[in-house]
Ligand binder design. Sequence first.
Ligand SMILES: [Fe+2]
Length: 287
Amino acid sequence: MVPNVKGFFDSATNTISYVVSDPKTNKCAVIDTVLDFDMAAGRISYGSADEIIDYVRSNDLEVEWVIETHVHADHLSAAPYIQEQLGGKLGIGKNITVVQDVFGKVFNAGTAFERDGSQFDALFEDGDTFTIGTMQASVIHTPGHTPACLTYLIEDAAFTGDTIFMPDFGSARCDFPGGSAEELYNSVQRIFELPDDTAIFVCHDYKAPGRDEFAWQTTVGEQKAKNIHMGGGVASEDFVKMREERDSKLGMPKLILPSIQVNMRGGHLPPAEDDGNHYLKLPVNRF
Ligand SMILES: [Fe+2]
């Protein structure tokens, strides 16, 4: 069974958020939402999240889960805003604690910042299962891009986050703290073990040479045959070499500093200071 999947493309960050709903019960999960952020002005807005909220309401869906594939480094999560408006439990990978530990130090977040994942309602481990209405969902730990990355398999649809991109674009960078090209390769092999007709929904798309439209849906079979970084039986050593060479030339994502500070807190801003305002830090010379 393939669930109802609606993708929402955010052109500012090239992110695709998903609403995955059960045709039988109208229960749904919302995956990888985006909070709009104007870096120059330090201003947050809710246009992208409101589109999702409108879709959920106008289709009479009921949100059971608000889930993240990982701590994103290129956009702020709108999960708390979505939860406030629509309900649902917030879930992420258990290794969020590793990410919180590393970036708690980078941002000198102090002891008030809990590094135990307690900002989330559920911390998923490899093999965990949960339901969305009558749909079965399971969790595959797919580290490599980050140590906490998960793939959610919901019936016959896999939400791979940044573990693999469209076949003509390839794969995500593995050079963030705790990332590993070798681990990413192994994670993708696990996705390749799923049946060939399993749908794959990716978290980002940037088009690709020869393709003028954004795209976000593919299949396991197509990835195995055609992924330009991982397909056709590429060996681990060759992938790792290619990935590390590419990563060494990449600049930091535009929104990495605000994104991680917010996303490591489950999408919440750091606590307000004594003047009642929230501030985001820019650690100097740390990246
Ligand atoms: Fe990412």
